[in-house]
Design a binder for this molecule. Structure first.
Ligand code: AMP
Ligand code: MG
Length: 424
């Protein structure tokens, strides 16, 4: 719903965007990849363990395995030695005996605890449990029981999980050498603007460097996307239409920067309307008001996100809008059917932290301040201009001042750490 001033709230726009892609966008294709190629990919089906981890009771320390019932005896004969990688002996440990063993070595049958080597006295080659220095030995002391981490049959990861190094370690621990994931999302990227020049070329009067292309390409790659880079698009209706049309055939998602306002040199909005349909295009947020979402193509519908040209605004709106959209298209929301919970799981979780500043005059737009945490309080960068990237590089996260709100010093605000957008 558009308000009289024609702005759409962030919440409404996010909900609408996810609803539209959930209804229209193509479901990502599955593939199986080797474990070491799976970082940053999204798990396509849940994984269950076929084994117990650890697969056997084993020692947590270097020491001696014994029966806890023998721990008050004056002397135990050390009858053997088990290193990590050795199989457990077939014969149960007899009463009155102990076995030398090392971290990760299997516990011999009959033994139910391990005493650390630092905690025992030896009398010749015999162990003297009565002189154990670390108190009583109980059944299970210093033993890592079979299946302590994972029992055979357990679900270890759910479909939709973004795979980070720790998840790959977990999959390796259950012996999985390949993993079902969704194909990488192909994102077509357009930088619009006749004033743009690539770094490496001299600037002519009136020109600026194309920073969004580098900000966005590298960010998209870092969150697991393949980027199809269409370079700089001239500010003409023809160039805008022809590139968007091509991108809608080649990519799974099209992102453009700039050209979204209604100036005479802004042609993206009209081009999207011609090639498909536009969902919303002015957001009650700062920076990032001129932002558009739509679908390109009449049959195969490809989501389109038009983000502002100003680099500071491009940075914020890519985190606030492109991130949840990409997460959904990557298959992150597959396990969730409720629209509200779906959006919740696609967005990072905010911390609530006190403001170190005041703001008397409320804004009608939701403000995403590039900010740092200083002494536990939110300190925004001095200049929040949407054209600036220094603020983004200085910041540790985005602090949110709700629309229509003033801010008193100490008031709690939502704070999203930048890293939380990588994982969300
Ligand atoms: P626009 O949304 O096209 O009106 O652009 C808004 C502002 O952002 C203008 O000052 C543009 O010069 C600037 N801008 C647009 N695209 C880029 C880009 N790729 N890199 C750096 N600045 C840009
Ligand atoms: Mg422009």
């Amino acid at each position: 719903m558009q308000t009289p001033d024609d702005l759409t709230s962030v919440e409404e726009a996010l909900h609408a965007m996810i609803e539209i892609v959930a209804t229209h966008a193509v479901v990502p294709v599955q593939q199986t990849v080797p474990l070491l190629e799976a970082r940053g990919r999204v798990l396509a089906s849940s994984v269950h363990s076929a084994i117990d981890v650890p697969p056997f009771d084993n020692s947590a320390v270097d020491g001696y395995a014994l029966r806890s019932a023998d721990s008050r005896l004056a002397s135990l004969t050390v009858v053997g030695r088990i290193a990590a990688g050795d199989p457990a002996p077939d014969e149960p440990l007899e009463a009155g005996t102990a076995i030398r063993l090392f971290t990760g070595a299997p516990l011999p049958p009959g033994a139910d605890c391990v005493v650390m080597q630092e905690d025992v006295d030896l009398d010749g080659s015999d162990l003297v449990p009565a002189r154990v220095k670390s108190g009583t030995l109980l059944p299970g002391s210093n033993v890592r029981p079979k299946a302590q981490d994972i029992a055979s049959g357990n679900t270890v990861l759910e479909a939709g999980q973004l795979l980070q190094p720790r998840h790959l370690g977990l999959l390796a621990s259950i012996g999985q050498h390949s993993v079902p994931v969704f194909e990488r999302l192909k994102v077509g990227l357009l930088s619009t603007g006749d004033e743009l020049v690539e770094p490496g070329w001299p600037l002519q009067p009136g020109q600026i460097y194309n920073s969004n292309r580098y900000l966005l390409t590298s960010w998209l790659q870092s969150i697991g996307c393949n980027v199809i880079d269409y370079g700089i698009i001239a500010d003409t209706p023809e160039a805008s239409i022809s590139c968007l049309e091509r991108a809608s055939r080649e990519a799974d998602l099209v992102i453009s920067t700039g050209g979204m306002s209604v100036g005479e040199e802004d042609h993206i909005k009209a081009a999207v309307e011609q090639l498909g349909e536009l969902g919303f295009w002015k957001i009650r947020m700062k920076p990032g008001k001129p932002l558009a979402f739509g679908l390109l193509g009449k049959h195969r519908k490809i989501p389109f996100l038009g983000i502002p040209g100003n680099p500071g605004a491009a940075f914020v709106s890519s985190l606030v809008f492109a991130r949840p959209l990409i997460s959904w298209l990557q298959g992150r929301g597959v396990s969730e059917s409720s629209p509200d919970r779906r959006l919740q799981m696609l967005r990072p979780r905010a911390e609530r932290l006190p403001a170190a500043f005041t703001r008397d005059k409320p804004s009608i737009r939701r403000d995403f301040l590039r900010a740092r945490i200083e002494n536990g309080r939110i300190a925004p960068f001095d200049n929040q201009s949407s054209g600036m990237l220094m603020s983004a590089c200085w910041a540790e996260g985005l602090a949110v001042v709700p629309e229509y709100d003033s801010v008193a010093e100490g008031q709690l605000l939502d704070f999203y750490r930048l890293g939380s957008f990588d994982d969300s």
